[in-house]
Design a binder for this molecule. Structure first.
Ligand code: ZN
Length: 312
């Protein structure tokens, strides 16, 4: 590692990336066939990625794109060494995920009450009350319960979300038995400043709680946010192949942080991910073909920095 990088505090040697393209990405896309979803997950499984968020169990009227979650999951060729997870919004979804055989399940609720009402039709506190039941159900089946706190860095309806508000939610879900907590930058409002403030606030109260960060690149800050988090010793991040995933509140905006942009940067910094960048880029090409439009990933467009232009 270069002198510059070794001067940065607490940079980890390796990080764990969770690929969320099949879920967070495809839920924003119009009709993708069940078999195409399965192909995408199978191709991702062969890149060396260690975790894939495969599907969500949400009401088909709320998110018709995920109505075939069971079929997708049963069609996937499960690869050893890959941990697959499912996202759920409520107890009903958690029951479906357990029946489908998932052992890592993420329950999502929003730090912003307004966003929570729009997303799942009830207040954050109502979602929290159900979180205890969901966590109990998951634990009774030996499953890991992760709580994803969406809009943790800001809400498109109410603006900034104070870190203290997020910490209060963390306190509550930890008391309910949550195994780990993820913080979602649902509409790309996070900045390095916001990352440092939130991670510091959470660590002050829960120094040993595993945390995962989920950034969208809506405003071009995602990689900068990751770098800020790496300096704080955070080692778990979500990303989406090709940058799949839109933002329903900012039409035309780019979606999730692209996995290959993140792997490309981490490779250069000597931080291991286990992911083969070339294989991942091939999956990004596949993802682009499946959705039928140009995806926002800069590395997909420009190629890795090791790709040299031909002279003349
Ligand atoms: Zn997201």
């Amino acid at each position: 590692m270069s002198a510059l990088l070794s001067n940065l505090p607490s940079l980890p040697n390796a990080v764990s990336l969770r690929e969320v393209g099949p879920r967070d990405g495809l839920q924003n896309e119009a009709a993708i066939s069940t078999s195409d979803k399965i192909s995408l997950i199978n191709a991702l499984s062969a890149t060396g990625v260690s975790r894939i968020e495969a599907v969500s169990f949400v009401h088909p009227k709320a998110v018709p794109q995920m109505a075939d979650a069971e079929e997708v999951w049963f069609g996937v060729t499960r690869t050893s060494g890959v941990r697959y997870s499912a996202l759920v919004p409520n107890l009903r979804g958690a029951q479906r995920a357990i029946v489908a055989g998932f052992t890592e399940i993420e329950l999502v609720l929003s730090a912003s009450d307004t966003h929570n009402r729009r997303n799942v039709g009830r207040s954050t506190q109502q979602s929290l009350r159900q979180a205890g039941d969901v966590i109990s159900l998951l634990h009774s089946h030996g499953a890991i319960a992760e709580i994803i706190i969406a809009t943790a860095f800001g809400c498109p309806y109410v603006g900034d979300v104070p870190p203290e508000r997020v910490v209060r939610l963390v306190n509550q879900v930890v008391a309910q038995g949550a195994d780990r907590v993820a913080f979602g930058d649902t509409t790309g409002m996070a900045t390095p400043r916001g990352v440092v403030e939130l991670v510091d606030a959470v660590r002050n109260h829960h120094p040993d709680l595993p945390i995962l960060l989920h950034f969208h690149n809506t405003r071009g800050t995602a990689l900068a946010n990751v770098l800020a988090a790496l300096q704080l010793g955070v080692t778990e991040f979500d990303a989406s192949v090709g940058g799949l995933g839109g933002c329903p509140y900012a039409p035309g905006a780019s979606g999730n942080l692209a996995t290959e942009e993140l792997v490309h940067m981490l490779d250069d910094m000597g931080i291991a991910t286990g992911i083969d960048l070339q294989k991942l880029l091939e999956v990004a090409v596949l993802a682009q073909r499946l959705v039928g439009r140009q995806l926002p990933s800069a590395i997909l467009r420009a190629g890795p920095r090791s790709t040299l232009a031909s002279e003349g």
